[in-house]
Write a protein that binds this ligand. Structure first.
Ligand code: APR
Ligand code: PHB
Length: 389
């Protein structure tokens, strides 16, 4: 088989890139390790920056997003018993859109299938060959049968555990990592959200977040020790702990119900440099990970896709390699700013086991300053709604 762009990974990055390239007449094949249903079974965050919304519109997959997504003009931040609001629209003129990543992925798969674009599911042992040469290709198996995909470029959209990042030689690749000493226990419940906007809470018992997928589906999180397992947390224990981390006037409004999904996620900050090696380009989680506090995972994958899509389109339409040659630097410039905001917001909102009383006072002062300062709220809002591409 032969194509122009071989995309490894059928998650949001690979699907969005494939759809945008298709719209520009550029052929791409997606190789996905799992099944479509498995990919769609993943529960992920659901806050979309306008940049991602515009990319989805350009890809022709934004109809359901506009019909079912909810614009949020701000968010509430709580510190112990006090709360304040950051008004995104007042500070930046821009809202965010709340629409589940699973739904984004579903819309992208539906569009890909409607256009009859090639996706190979349940591939095994994908290997990247001659990425630095003039004839890159992939080998892989399907049901044990060896396959080969000739291509001109390879997009490594295969996430943190994929093969692409590891293909860049150790003496070329520089990795930066911070692992946080706590995790997020999240539940999904078919209950009305406690509020119309997200609520981020820093309490002396730890972080909590009140989010949602729609008017009937709530998503809640509490910070937990990284050594905890889901079995340690009954639904009753979760609801009681969540309420203890929120001001009483919010806690008493929470409508509880059985969890339909419950999981614990570790938190890490991670970046790989460079994001390009020859004809291999890393996109999304393959190159970087953020703690979910700032909802930057999907949105930073989107800006990578934006830069790579434009670079490949420029090459195929004009022959220029300028975008290709500047991809890694452009993508990383924005990646690091998203990493900084995610690290800063995570450090501000969580209670870390190694925190000293002085550290807690610094958190309190930072939160008090954010509550009082319009300038600080504007900086927060600019980062939260998404820095320009
Ligand atoms: N071969 C083929 N496919 C692979 C391989 C491989 N060797 N390794 C991983 N994959 C697939 C995974 O099954 C997954 O479907 O690549 C896809 C990568 O998708 P994601 O991990 O979702 O990463 P990405 O598409 O970059 O999306 C980033 O997803 O994880 C969240 O928080 C993250 O919101 C962010 C978004
Ligand atoms: C979510 O709804 O899952 C969510 C929202 C905002 C975040 C993280 C997760 O910062």
């Amino acid at each position: 088989m032969r194509t122009q762009v071989a995309i490894i990974g059928g998650g949001p990055s690979g699907l969005l890139l494939g759809q945008l390239l298709y719209k520009k007449g550029i052929d791409a094949v997606i190789l996905e390790r799992k099944t479509r249903d498995y990919v769609l079974g993943r529960i992920r965050a659901g806050v979309l920056e306008q940049g991602l919304v515009h990319l989805l519109e350009e890809a022709g997959v934004a109809d359901r997003l506009h019909a079912e997504g909810h614009e949020h003009d701000g968010t509430v931040i709580v510190h112990d018993q006090t709360s304040f609001r950051v008004d995104f629209r007042k500070q930046t003129g821009t809202p965010v859109v709340v629409y589940g990543q699973t739904e984004v992925t579903r819309d992208l798969y539906d569009a890909r299938e409607a256009a009859n674009l090639p996706t190979v599911f349940e591939v095994e042992n994908v290997k990247i060959h001659d990425a630095k040469g003039n004839s890159p290709y992939l080998t892989y198996q399907v049901n044990g049968t060896p396959k080969r995909l000739e291509c001109e470029f390879i997009a490594g959209c295969d996430g943190f555990h994929g093969v692409s990042r590891r293909t860049i030689p150790d003496d070329v690749r520089q990795e930066y990592e911070k692992v946080y000493p706590f995790g997020w226990l999240g539940i999904l419940s078919q209950t009305p959200p406690v509020a119309d906007e997200l609520i981020y809470a820093n309490s002396d018992r730890g972080f909590a977040l009140c989010s949602m997928r729609n008017d009937h589906l709530s998503r809640y999180y509490v910070q937990c020790p990284i050594t905890d397992t889901v079995e340690d947390w009954s639904d009753d224990r979760f609801w009681e702990e969540l309420k203890r981390r929120l001001p009483s006037e919010i806690a008493q409004q929470i409508i509880t119900g059985p969890s339909i999904e419950k999981s614990i996620a570790p938190l890490r900050s991670f970046v790989t440099e460079p994001m390009r090696w020859g004809n291999l380009f890393l996109c999304g989680d393959a190159a970087h990970i953020v703690p979910p506090t700032g909802a930057k995972g999907l949105n930073t994958a989107a800006s990578d896709v934006h830069y790579l899509y434009h670079a490949l389109t420029e090459f195929y339409h004009t022959g220029s390699r300028e975008g290709i040659d500047s991809y890694s630097q452009k993508a990383l410039d924005r990646v690091w700013k998203a990493e900084r905001f995610s690290w800063w917001f995570s450090s501000l909102m969580h209670r870390s086991p190694d925190q000293t009383p002085f550290d807690r006072k610094m958190q309190a002062a930072e939160l008090a300053f954010l509550a009082q300062s319009d300038a600080q709220k504007q900086v927060f809002a600019q980062n939260y709604v998404g820095l320009p591409y």
